[in-house]
Design a protein around this ligand. Structure first.
Ligand code: DAH
Length: 357
């Protein structure tokens, strides 16, 4: 019997199988591949040596060799898949931040932490001023029914004054109209209703919060903004009490250099009504873009409670009287810190925000 180059094929295949088994990384596999299956492999040299066989034996030997090659290729691919999966998991594990990393990675000092927004700080300061004057602080909902936002405030449906408070409507599928509140004045109504229900009059309260209007943002307006409402219901309250509170507030918050003035105005829920203005702090009264060249900035409105509002909440106007006011908190921040364009408050430019940390 003549010797065939394939006499040791089974052993050689077994040898290749254990070489494949021994591979532990994709790099090793890549390096070993030419020797296992490629040009430098035993299988390739066997292929070449088949030429020594008699033509009648060559075909069968070729088929055996082909089968061995297919087996080894299959084993190699299986190994490649396993190593790929294993190394992917290892890479993910290596990338994962564990608790130890967080502890050491965050030891940068001084640590960079956020701070309350200028509007939040201003709200707190305004509350403090009023609390010092004997007011309490209450909050109301930002989504209101038509009754609270308009009707109870003496603004009936289709009243032209509604045009001053064009807003966003909330579709709840209910018969009642529901809006994002256009001012904090509806909180007055909640407060008076509660006080009447519990027999808790008098009221001396301020009510800060977010409001919404369909306004195009400009140097003095934002579509989502903040107000602080004031309400006093007591016996024998006169306009001079209102003027005194406004004056005291202006001095306390803006300091003695800023002048304030009340100008006759119109609000459906107060009678008489006034607009409350302070000297524009950007131009110190000379006139600029921020104050539309008037030298004054309107901070809000105020007035004596309209009898129709007292009626709406069931307060006896013969016994009780009162006043109300509503200021823009963002406007107060703008004037106090001389911010020429209010849009800076919502643009989130950290170079601007950091000034107020
Ligand atoms: N709610 C009014 C507004 O947003 C401001 C206002 C005016 C509030 C007069 C009051 C007030 O309480 O008495 O335009």
């Amino acid at each position: 019997m003549t010797n065939s180059p394939l006499d040791n094929l089974d052993d050689q295949v077994a040898g290749l199988r254990s070489s494949i088994d021994a591979l532990t990384t994709l790099d090793e596999l890549r390096d070993a591949e030419p020797f296992i299956i490629g040009k430098r492999s035993i299988l390739s040299s066997l292929q070449k040596s088949l030429g020594v066989l008699a033509p009648e034996d060559r075909k069968e030997a070729g088929a055996r060799l082909q089968e061995a090659r297919r087996l080894i290729e299959g084993l190699l691919e299986t190994k490649r898949g396993e190593l790929n999966a294993k190394e992917r998991v290892e890479r993910l594990d290596a990338d994962r931040m564990n608790l130890g990393d967080v502890v050491t990675a965050s030891v940068r000092w001084p640590a960079s932490v956020g701070h309350p927004s200028l509007v939040a700080v201003t709200q707190r300061e305004l509350e403090d001023v009023f609390v010092a004057m004997g007011f309490t602080v209450s909050e109301g909902p930002e989504v209101e029914s038509d009754w609270y936002n308009f009707e109870a405030l003496n603004i009936p449906p289709a009243h032209p004054a509604r045009g001053m408070w064009d807003t966003f409507y909330v579709e709840l599928g209910e018969p009642e109209t529901v809006v994002l509140r256009t001012h904090t004045s509806p909180t007055q109504i909640h407060l008076m209703e509660t006080a009447v229900a519990h027999g808790n009059l008098p009221i001396h309260a301020v009510m800060p919060g977010r409001c919404y209007r369909r306004d195009t943002p400009d140097a003095r307006h934002l579509a989502a903004f903040h107000q602080i409402e004031g309400l006093v219901v007591d016996r024998g309250i006169a306009f001079s009490d209102l003027a005194g509170v406004i004056e005291t507030f202006t001095r306390a918050y803006f300091g003695p250099d800023i002048e304030s003035r009340l100008r006759p105005g119109y609000f459906p829920f107060t009678e008489p009504s006034a607009e409350f203005e302070v000297t524009c702090t950007i131009c110190r009264g000379d006139g600029c873009r921020t104050c539309s060249q008037t030298g004054w900035i309107e901070l809000g409105g105020c007035g004596m409670l309209d009898p129709a509002v007292l009626d709406a909440v069931g307060i006896d106007g013969d016994v009780w009287s009162g006043f109300a006011f509503g200021f823009g908190i963002d406007r107060c921040a703008q004037m106090r810190h001389q911010i020429a364009d209010m849009r800076a408050l919502i643009e989130n430019d950290t170079r601007f925000l950091r000034q107020f940390s």
